[in-house]
Design a protein around this ligand. Structure first.
Ligand SMILES: *Cc1c(COP(=O)(O)O)cnc(C)c1O
Length: 399
């Protein structure tokens, strides 16, 4: 049997069984629906893209996987070169892994060891944000602040090595002033906090964070697993404010195969570069640099560039703003829009009960959580399809 994610198996509703998928459409045996979630925000080019499928097939004809311990290959070298070239600043050093959570673990390990390698063993603390989500493994749960995960961490008691602050500049400044000598890093989902409730905040916070990290010599980590590849309307938020370590996942392969990467700048990399083996980064996921995933990622980036995806995302944002203009309801707390993300936050989660089935009947797949009804559509969506998603969201409040 399958143990499904985030589900009470006893009361879980039967999931929709997908038999085919193309473009924005998911097909069951006798129904079709637009995937307004992009399979957890990853399938930015839609399903069954001929060039992505071809990239995977032709690599599979050669070899699907070889380990990176003692071996290397062209797809992983090309992807590392491409990322070094494409990403801003000197974010050049790519450590690959199989999922976003692991890539965040690697980033946190890098930050801690960076200082240990310099003999600064008192910098044990991580600064992160309230409502943060960075993954489901143990350290990422600790730096995260998702109410739904707290129950398991409570078994440990309070964690002295993580400090959570809200996204306001006074809290940021105060914490740096008080704790800077113990901090190894500040980790954030920049501009858009995803699983913590599609919360959006201002770039000025990140600019101030960069200044304080420079002033007090603390590493700045951007977890762009969700925001990377255009979701906020920026290619990467790292294009606006440069972090020391950047984590990418989800849309890295266009959502075709699980893969992620932790990209360090030269300063972080140099902190490990030594004759001393003890200063090496001791990490190595079995499937890091998987050749099928690297081939898909290369093709995905090529499509993103050649077909000017940023203009597609601007179009999505424009239509979304037009459609949501003036839309209110007493049950709605706020409607938030940023790039390719729209979220309706309601006061009471009970308001969203039954929405998934309602949307299914309107030909839309949606997965609201807690108080949040949101859409993060594939960027290749056309106007009629996008309107179908947005009008289904609105129709729920107009029944
Ligand atoms: C999804 C997500 C992760 C975890 O990625 P997985 O591939 O599910 O392990 C980490 N950080 C952010 C911001 C995410 O949205």
């Amino acid at each position: 049997m399958i143990w499904y994610p985030y589900q009470q198996m006893k009361t879980m509703k039967e999931p929709y069984k997908i038999t085919d998928a193309q473009g924005v459409w998911l097909y069951t045996k006798d129904h079709r629906m637009i995937d307004s979630v992009s399979s957890w925000w990853s399938v930015i080019h839609g399903y069954k893209h001929p060039l992505l499928t071809e990239a995977i097939k032709s690599q599979a004809d050669c070899f699907s996987h070889v380990m990176l311990g003692g071996l290397t290959h062209e797809p992983v070298q090309k992807l590392a070169d491409k990322l070094a070239d494409w990403l801003p600043g000197d974010l050049d050093c790519c450590f690959f892994s199989d999922s976003g959570s692991v890539a965040v673990e690697v980033a946190l390990k890098m930050a801690l060891q960076y200082y240990v390698n310099r003999g600064e063993i008192k910098r044990t603390k991580v600064l992160s944000l309230t409502h943060a989500y960075h993954g489901d493994t143990f350290k990422t749960m600790e730096v995260g602040d998702d109410e739904d995960y707290h129950f398991i961490l409570e078994a440990y008691g309070p964690n002295p090595n993580v400090i959570h602050i809200p996204t306001d500049i006074p809290s940021l400044e105060k914490t740096f002033e008080l704790c800077h000598s113990e901090l190894n890093c500040l980790i954030v989902e920049p501009l858009l906090q995803g699983a913590g409730g599609m919360r959006m905040y201002d770039i000025s916070f990140l600019k101030r964070a960069r200044e304080l990290c420079d002033l007090y010599d603390v590493l700045l980590i951007f977890d762009e697993v969700a925001t990377g590849f255009g979701r906020t309307g920026n290619r990467f938020v790292a294009d606006l404010v440069l972090p020391d370590i950047l984590v990418l996942g989800k849309a890295l392969t266009g959502g075709y195969i699980g893969h992620a990467v932790t990209v360090a700048n030269k300063k972080v990399y140099d902190g490990f570069y030594d004759n001393d083996q003890n200063k090496a980064l001791m990490h190595g996921p079995t499937f890091m640099g998987n050749a099928l995933a690297c081939s898909a990622a290369l093709k995905s980036i090529e499509l993103f560039e050649q077909e000017d995806y940023l203009s597609k995302i601007r179009r999505i944002e424009k239509i979304t703003r037009q459609e949501m203009k003036g839309f209110t309801d007493p049950r709605i707390k706020e409607v938030r829009i940023m790039g390719g993300c729209v979220c309706i936050e309601v006061h009471d989660p009970a308001v969203l009960q039954g929405y998934q089935q309602f949307a299914f009947e309107q030909g839309v797949f949606s997965r609201p959580f807690l108080n949040y009804l949101y859409a993060m559509v594939p960027y290749i969506i056309n106007e009629a399809e996008l309107l179908q998603v947005l009008r289904t969201m609105k129709a729920w409040f107009r029944r």
